[in-house]
Ligand binder design. Structure first.
Ligand SMILES: Nc1nc2c(ncn2[C@@H]2O[C@H](COP(=O)(O)OP(=O)(O)OP(=O)(O)O)[C@@H](O)[C@H]2O)c(=O)[nH]1
Ligand SMILES: [Mg+2]
Length: 447
């Protein structure tokens, strides 16, 4: 596990080092590129706030603090494992806790992934003296914990009475606003979707329409209650956190028994069955909901190596897709295509650096050409003909062309996806090319 942690840091450093070289790359662009264009590129690439933040976040990140509220057995602990893609050990905080609430760190090896305030909700804390004091104690603890995001977990398989907890969340939200002058992001997660009929179908990509329909009905039902009772939430999403685990020597083990295993087995548990549904989407939602960027970065880094680098690569792709669109609408005395190839090459090189490879801009450009993005916009000869651009001019600065923002961003997005498939998923160049062509075909059909 230690090995994996140092690899994550190493690869992210790799990527940052390449980013730090971008200014030099921009300065060494051929003289034929007018100063004005170079400056525009510097401003859009180096001045991009999201990109800057992403790079800064590599050295400055912290485990996100998540306030989890949900009834016993709804799957709170399972959800944390599902989000991290690993069985994460709970390490309880020494701070004294309110009855029915627990603060702990989730660790994988010696890496702290998340900090959790886990509570069964106000509806289940009747063991406390009087309801008002129980509620106030819990509120105080939430305030002290100061969460980055709150997750309210509900059960898809049976419709619980959630009004008490909704009312409580309204108070939490109000106090949070008073104290922090910030809105507490609230995400509602409807778990155990796999248990909807037919319950035997557990693989997310095999859910029949009828199952999805039932799931959506439950989501609408809960959403209706939440809205009617005036709780403002960021999002509501159905998921399944189902994962079956086995020890490295292949022994399948029930979740309830995991804590009895020797530590070395716990650290190296493997996923034997992955029944997760929409967990990737939930991560996207949480990332968007969390406002503190160090915590946002920490959330991205809470997964396994492979998933961490993929999430970062996806974020890079999103940023460069945006930059490409911005560049396309800026009038510049240079071929848009030339500029786009430059941007896409930086993107490809950054993604490659996440895989542990150190590639030159030249190699990145060759990659773009070999997957069929020869035009730098990725939509092949037909589009280029429509754009009225001569292919020969593509590789030379100064060739006149103007590309719409939509085509520029779609092209960059396609190249980013291809680079992820090739460098991170280790698909062959033929497979990547086939996928890229397919995307192109779909696009032209849709048009
Ligand atoms: N089928 C299915 N089972 C799940 C899912 N999530 C959790 N479970 C199971 O539900 C049981 C309870 O899950 P936990 O994660 O321990 O629930 P919890 O909310 O942490 O419970 P407490 O800590 O007691 O409050 C376990 O047996 C899990 O394996 C899911 O999405 N689908
Ligand atoms: Mg639990």
């Amino acid at each position: 596990m230690k090995d994996e942690n140092s690899k994550i840091e190493e690869r992210l450093e790799n990527m940052k080092n390449f980013y730090l070289k971008t200014e030099k790359l921009l300065n060494s662009l051929p003289d034929a590129i007018p100063e004005k264009t170079k400056n525009m590129l510097k401003k859009t690439v180096l001045g991009d706030k999201d990109l800057k933040k992403l790079m800064e976040g590599i050295d400055a990140h912290r485990p996100p603090r998540i306030f989890l509220i949900g009834r016993t057995g709804v799957g709170k602990s399972s959800l944390i494992n599902a989000l991290c893609g690993a069985y994460v050990a709970k390490v309880s905080d020494t701070r004294s806790c309110t009855e029915g609430a627990e603060v702990y760190q989730c660790k994988n090896g010696d890496r702290v992934l998340m900090e959790i305030l886990d509570t069964r909700g106000i509806a289940e804390s009747e063991c406390l003296n009087t309801e008002t004091s129980a509620e106030q104690m819990l509120l105080d603890q939430i305030n002290e914990f100061s969460p980055d995001v709150a997750i309210m977990m509900l059960n898809c398989a049976h419709r619980d009475d959630i009004i008490t907890d909704v009312e409580f969340m309204k108070k939490v939200s109000k106090e949070y606003m008073n104290i922090n002058n910030l809105k507490l992001p609230i995400v509602v997660v409807v778990n155990k979707c796999d248990e909807m009929r037919p319950a035997r179908v557990k693989r997310a990509d095999e859910y029949p329409q009828s199952k999805i329909k039932q799931i959506n009905e439950v989501v609408q039902y809960y959403k209706g209650i939440i809205i009617k009772n005036g709780l403002k939430i960021d999002s509501i999403i159905p998921v399944s956190s189902l994962i079956d685990w086995q020890t490295p020597d292949g022994m399948e083990i029930a979740v309830e028994e995991i804590d009895n295993l020797p530590q070395s087995d716990i650290d190296n548990l493997q996923i034997v069955y992955d029944g997760r549904y929409k967990i990737e989407e939930l991560l996207d939602i949480l990332e968007e909901a969390i406002q503190d960027f160090e915590a946002q970065m920490g959330l991205r880094m809470a997964a396994r190596l492979n998933e961490v680098v993929k999430r970062i690569a996806k974020q890079l792709n999103k940023i460069f897709t945006g930059i490409s669109a911005a560049v396309a609408v800026t009038p510049i005395p240079t071929s848009d295509i030339y500029v786009l190839i430059f941007l896409q090459s930086v993107l490809v090189a950054l993604i490659a650096s996440l895989s542990g490879r150190d590639i030159s801009m030249e190699t990145a450009k060759e990659f773009i050409i070999s997957v069929g993005g020869v035009t730098g916009v990725g939509y092949g000869l037909r589009t280029i003909a429509q754009q009225g651009v001569k292919i020969v001019n593509v590789f030379f600065p100064g060739a006149g062309s103007a590309i719409s923002a939509a085509i520029a961003s779609a092209g960059t997005n396609g190249i980013g996806k291809a680079a992820i498939a090739y460098y991170l998923d280790e698909k062959s160049i033929e497979e990547v090319k086939a996928k890229f062509d397919e995307a192109k075909e779909n696009k032209s059909q849709n048009n």
